[in-house]
Design a protein around this ligand. Structure first.
Ligand SMILES: Cc1ncc(COP(=O)(O)O)c(C=O)c1O
Length: 223
């Protein structure tokens, strides 16, 4: 499972949820594989999204943010217990480019730079001080917003026709929102009735505020 499902809606697991999944996995002898391809490497303001929850997975998949996409690369982090099974048994698999030195070097360089430039700390700070409060303020101002949720630089804004019933706006309205945001030079990522606010982990306070101001202006124009 994705620790924080991304394209499905940036759904932060409620307290206890992942610990419950871990307990079920343990009970039925199932491996817990957390997909951190989208939510890992700083996106939620943590190195791994699961760091914010009381859970230790058996395997962790990663890609994208691990090297900011400079070279296509993905991988799996394997717990010691599982890795040790292959000291006595041959792993029945192989890939042409597994462990490719160039791709691996981009990962090392990216992680070092992220540590040096405190990129994960920046993502957390932007979420806590700019995007979180800023999006909540937009929700208080614009009744078309039914919910905002997220962490770090990983947020979803849901648009509704009624804040109580949470009836989603229609696709035509989302199309108008897209066009208006593009007209103001903000490139949106949208899914269903949601705008995903997912700037780079290196975004500055000023840039994040600029983005929020564009969303505010556009919602004022459309409603
Ligand atoms: C959360 C998540 N998991 C897995 C994948 C697939 O990753 P890959 O293309 O490296 O197999 C994606 C790709 O967008 C993703 O967003």
């Amino acid at each position: 499972i994705e620790t924080v499902p991304g394209t499905a809606g940036i759904l932060l697991p409620p307290p206890g949820y992942l610990a419950g999944v871990r307990a079920l996995c343990d009970k039925y002898d199932i491996l817990l594989i957390l997909d951190e391809v989208m939510c890992g490497f700083g996106r939620t303001g943590e190195w791994f999204a699961f760091n914010a929850f009381d859970v230790v997975p058996d395997l962790v998949t990663f890609a994208k943010g691990v090297n900011s996409g400079y070279i296509p690369v993905g991988g799996v982090i394997i717990s010691d217990a599982i890795a040790h099974t292959f000291t006595e048994r041959v792993f029945p698999g192989g890939l042409t480019y597994s462990g490719h030195p160039l791709a691996s070097a981009t990962i090392v360089a990216t992680i070092e730079t992220m540590e040096d430039e405190k990129v994960v700390e920046n993502a957390k700070h932007i979420g806590a001080t700019v995007l979180g409060p800023g999006l909540e303020a937009l929700k208080a101002k614009h009744s078309i917003i039914g919910e905002v949720r997220g962490a770090g630089v990983f947020w979803a804004v849901e648009f509704v026709t009624d804040q109580v019933t949470k009836q989603p706006v229609d696709a035509a309205w989302m199309g108008k929102l897209r066009s208006a945001l593009l007209a103001h030079k903000l490139l949106p990522f949208m899914a269903d009735n949601r705008l995903h606010v997912v700037p780079p982990c290196v975004v500055t306070e000023e840039e994040a505020r600029e983005g929020l101001a564009i969303i505010d202006t556009v919602l004022g124009e459309l409603t």
